[in-house]
Write a protein that binds this ligand. Structure first.
Ligand code: SF4
Length: 464
């Protein structure tokens, strides 16, 4: 997933980029970084492991301030890794080049064929997809006479995967681009003095930019300090925004493809209540992302909603945590309210079940605090296939619904009294998009030539 943001304009650039990154923190918790682009073409990067406010403490903000002469603008990144190692050196932005031409890249997505691309461009694949992507864009830009926009126009012809990205170059200028499938969100706003972009609309609104536009599929938007120019790649692809952005990734106060994430999630709960009713005394959401779906379920079923589970805000999002800490986090993350649960038949609503470990421990804890029955209802369909377009699931073996294709066995493995999922059609109706990527539920990927087994073998993770 990952979050990106950037700013050029008359406000304090360092505090504005840090504010933007804090607002996009939900998209990546492993590392954060900022690249400052100067008017003389120099590009500096400060980055490190951890949350935005861990990385940008007094010491690092001072480094940025010392480097703050003649700043043109800044781009920033919060990292949720989907390829490569979980190490600090994987933090972004990634800068490369020399005194003649330099670029910095911040990227949200996955380049699934990065190993093949590295071979084709004669570069190392050791450090994961973003380093390969940065080198490929740099080489293509040099080929086109140091023109990164031309490089971004042809990039989709080389890449299998999904990306929304920003490239700062030493002219100086900033280009942002969304792949032609439009898997991941990317939005921007500008006026006569400022240009700002971020992964989600809510991020821009939180820092006072309400008049935003979404980057169109395959579009490249460039700001050189004076004007905004827009162009598009000629690569044609089926419009395939990630449906899981509506289920889990995006903030509920965001708009994605002109559709409110909040309303889509309420709709998922309504669909779920109609197609998978449950005999319960209370509806309880697994906080935070499933709360709107639980509201929808409660409204449609008439079963009252209660906050029976309290999330520890300081633990972060378990799904996007690295695997070596994920189980520990899932145990620490939730508190259970006995008064809301004791003696009741609980309808537990969550957005998805991916690996299943968190759900099992929640069901157990609900019983420990007195739940008579636990009926699990899931706002999305069974998650059965990996994603190569921006989330950290590269093999079917990781997925509970792949390992136990039968609903009864899945229910047994999470120790629930009953289990119901939304259907693909129900999810489609709730979101209301004419087309979207549902590949993790259907196994139908939007790429013209796609070999799932080959792709699973190609994408390798290194758990440290
Ligand atoms: S496979 Fe799933 S998570 Fe990946 S882009 Fe498609 S809908 Fe989103």
């Amino acid at each position: 997933m990952c979050g990106i943001a950037g700013y050029v304009g008359t406000r304090n650039i360092i505090s504005t980029i840090i504010s933007l990154l804090i607002e996009v923190q939900h998209r990546g918790q492993e590392a954060a970084g900022i690249s400052l682009i100067r008017t003389d073409g120099r590009i500096d990067v400060v980055k490190g492991r951890g949350y935005v406010l861990d990385v940008f403490n007094e010491e690092t903000i001072n480094i940025l301030r010392i480097a703050s002469d003649n700043i043109f603008g800044a781009i920033g990144h919060v990292r949720y890794s989907t390829t490569g190692e979980y190490l600090e050196h994987q933090a972004q932005p990634v800068a490369l080049g020399d005194e003649n031409y330099r670029i910095a890249i911040a990227f949200n997505g996955t380049i699934a064929n990065y190993i093949e691309l590295a071979k084709e461009f004669n570069i190392s694949s050791n450090r994961g997809d973003v380093f390969v992507l940065a080198e490929v864009i740099y080489k293509l830009a040099l080929e086109y006479g140091k023109d990164v926009v031309e490089a971004l126009k042809v990039l989709p012809y080389y890449v299998i995967g999904g990306y929304s990205l920003a490239v700062a170059t030493s002219e100086p200028r900033i280009a942002i681009a969304r792949d032609p499938y439009a898997f991941r969100p990317l939005v921007y706003a500008y006026n006569e003095r400022e240009f700002v972009f971020a992964s989600e609309t809510s991020v821009l609104e939180c820092v006072g930019f309400n008049n935003w536009s979404e980057v169109l599929p395959g579009e490249i938007v460039v700001f050189d300090g004076n004007s905004v120019e827009k162009t598009r790649s000629t690569f044609s692809a089926e419009f395939s925004p990630c449906i899981f952005e509506y289920v889990y990734f995006s903030r509920p106060d965001s708009i994605f493809n002109s559709i409110s994430v909040y309303k889509a999630r309420i709709g998922m709960g309504v669909e779920l209540a109609l197609t998978n009713p449950a005999q319960g005394d209370v509806v309880i959401p697994v906080p935070d992302s499933s709360r709107p779906a639980a509201i929808g379920f409660s409204k449609a079923s008439g079963i009252p909603l209660e906050e029976g589970i309290i999330a520890n805000k300081y633990v972060g999002r378990g799904f996007i945590a690295p695997p070596f800490i994920r189980d520990t986090l899932s145990k620490l993350k939730y508190g259970f309210v006995r008064e809301a649960v004791n003696g009741k038949r609980v309808v537990l609503v969550d957005d998805s079940i991916v690996r299943g470990t968190t759900m099992r421990s929640i069901v157990r804890r609900l019983r420990e605090v007195g739940a008579k029955e636990v009926h699990v209802r899931i706002a999305s369909p069974p998650f059965r296939y990996p994603c190569f377009m921006g989330i950290d699931i590269s093999s079917r073996e990781e997925l509970l619904a792949w390992r136990f294709s039968d609903l009864k066995n899945i229910a047994k493995s999470i120790e629930a009294d009953s289990l119901g999922y939304n259907t693909v059609e129900g999810l489609r109706r709730a979101v209301g998009l004419p087309s979207a990527c549902f590949a993790c539920f259907t196994g139908i990927y939007p790429f013209k030539e796609f070999d799932l087994e080959k792709m699973e073998k190609m994408i390798s993770r290194c758990y440290v």
